[in-house]
Design a protein. Structure first.
Length: 316
């Protein structure tokens, strides 16, 4: 059955022409949103967004990939963007269980198959999307290679606070407070609350203004900080994934030299034992190399697609 059309805010997306945006239903009855942009004949890149992100944010990335010969597809994960929110308070970043995101992955890949999106398929996964993608790779995700952008394989915090965070988030679930915001976070979306000079995402003022305009003009896309349930689930999932062997798939991982959001040490530990992967540290970059200066974005997409080409047996 053809999925019904979903809204797409072309006025803020700066996306290439030909966007197709649809509603998908997951096997547990959650409605999520997916989008596809046509590209060239080199295959399709499925983008796994980070926490709090949404389809329109990756309009420029779809253009960068189309220029390199790739179609693009991406998704609003449950609980964010225009996908079903999981709490009455739409501002809270929440998930019942981290494994639920794999149901969203399955719906996205079912859509890619039903639409006969050009093969081979690849993944670009940012931040929380990198955690979701790593689990999906262990579960047999049918892709040729993957590029990670600052993957959330651990959450940045002082070591002494880690057991405290686990204990507090676990206790919150036991006493009915799992839907409360993590202390120190806000229900306001980060880019509208934080001036450019203080942000930890990008050093490019134009791209930061792009993100602020998107959420200012379409606040229905935005969410604020995570709930204690999300934190509990994220800590458990990252801890479990770090105990597993590295997947046997070609990969490249990008890390900004000035990363201040995720646990950098966790990335180095996993990459040290991932024999078919390479770590690229990008000078001058923060947490979001795909949302940085033109030079940093070009470096990211050139090297990611070179990895894809090599995995496909084609010289870049």
């Amino acid at each position: 059955m053809t999925p019904p059309p979903a809204p797409f805010f072309d006025d803020i997306a700066e996306a290439p022409e030909g966007t197709r945006c649809v509603w998908l239903n997951t096997r547990d009855g959650i409605r999520i949103r997916a989008a596809h942009w046509p590209g060239g004949a080199r295959g399709t890149v499925l983008i796994f967004p980070g926490r709090s992100e949404y389809i329109e944010k990756y309009g420029p990335a779809a253009g960068d990939l189309a220029a390199r010969g790739y179609a693009t597809a991406t998704v609003d994960w449950r609980g964010q963007g225009l996908a079903d929110r999981l709490l009455a308070d739409r501002a809270l970043g929440h998930v019942g269980a981290f494994c639920d995101y794999q149901k969203d992955v399955a719906a996205l890949f079912d859509f890619a198959g039903a639409e006969n999106l050009p093969r081979p398929w690849y993944v670009i996964a940012h931040s929380m999307g990198g955690c979701i993608a790593l689990r999906a790779l262990h579960d047999g995700l049918p892709v040729r290679a993957v590029a990670f952008s600052a993957p959330m394989w651990g959450i940045r915090m002082m070591p002494v606070l880690r057991p405290v965070a686990r204990a507090v988030s676990t206790l919150a679930a036991c006493i009915g407070m799992a839907d409360r915001l993590v202390p120190g976070t806000s229900a306001q979306t980060y880019v509208l609350e934080t001036p450019f000079e203080e942000n930890v995402l990008t050093r490019d003022a134009d791209m930061y203004a792009f993100m602020r305009r998107q959420q200012g003009e379409h606040p229905e896309l935005a969410i604020g900080g995570p709930t204690l349930r999300w934190l509990h689930e994220a800590l458990g999932e990252t801890r479990a994934l770090m105990r597993m062997p590295a997947p046997r798939i070609a990969a490249i991982t990008f890390l900004g030299r000035h990363e201040r959001v995720i646990d950098v040490a966790a990335i180095h530990r996993l990459m040290a034992r991932w024999h078919k992967a390479r770590l690229e540290v990008i000078e001058g970059a923060e947490h979001e190399p795909m949302m940085d200066s033109p030079a940093i974005r070009a470096q990211f997409f050139d090297r990611a697609t070179a990895c894809f080409q090599k995995a496909h047996g084609v010289s870049p």
